[in-house]
Design a protein. Sequence first.
Length: 113
Amino acid sequence: MIRTQINATKQMKWNHSNLQDSAILKQYRTCLHNKVIGKEVQQDIKGEWTHIKETIIESANKVIQTHSTSNRNEWWDESCKLIMSQTNETRKKYLQVKTTASHEIRVYEMKRS
């Protein structure tokens, strides 16, 4: 089975330690309050939710800021990717072949061991 990531989005990690500072927390609350009060009320619930969500994200970006993210799979590099793609291609050939004495099967078994 070959797994791929579809529509993979990078999640933002907020810097929660900034909220421990009472001045920054007050600034965040004020920013949220001003943005919520400053915009007009939407008639539909979906529009209102979108407005609230965007307000929270904008305020957090402005005041709280985000952590710098690091790659969680530092060991996964181009050589691993190449080996896995070769193994997957060989496996596909193995699954398509009906006879057991074919050359692809021996290549597959050699790569798997």
